[in-house]
Design a protein around this ligand. Structure first.
Ligand SMILES: Cc1cc2nc3c(=O)[nH]c(=O)nc-3n(C[C@H](O)[C@H](O)[C@H](O)COP(=O)(O)OP(=O)(O)OC[C@H]3O[C@@H](n4cnc5c(N)ncnc54)[C@H](O)[C@@H]3O)c2cc1C
Length: 77
């Protein structure tokens, strides 16, 4: 990955590779905003969550977007 968000990180986090079986309440595939937000919500409710990605956190659209927050695209007027 080569984008602004990664380039401006103070340090690069490393994530363990899944090795063998894990037993959790919910397994989430995809560490974009959708997967990470879902994992946080579930973990805060006491669920054991595994968050998996073929690449790394923020590799997809989440790490490449323009960062614009607007209701105009999703709220019906
Ligand atoms: C150029 C661009 C600009 C944008 N600008 C904005 C904006 O300004 N404002 C806004 O609100 N939205 C914007 N968006 C949209 C927004 O970025 C996306 O809607 C959002 O990031 C999608 O998040 P996601 O978690 O669903 O998917 P992603 O962030 O794409 O994450 C999906 C993850 O799943 C992983 N994955 C996929 N398949 C597998 C598999 N089989 N096994 C394991 N892992 C897998 C990928 O590696 C990836 O990390 C933009 C998008 C783009 C591309």
């Amino acid at each position: 990955m080569n984008n602004y968000y990664e380039a401006s990180l103070p340090s690069r986090a490393s994530w363990p590779r899944l090795d063998g079986d894990v037993h959790v309440d919910v397994a989430i595939v995809g560490c974009g905003i959708t997967g990470v937000a879902t994992a946080v919500e579930l973990a805060e409710r006491g669920y054991q969550v595994a968050l998996l990605d073929a690449n790394t956190v923020g590799w997809g659209a989440t790490g490449r977007n323009g960062g614009q927050v607007t209701g105009s695209l999703s709220v019906e007027n």
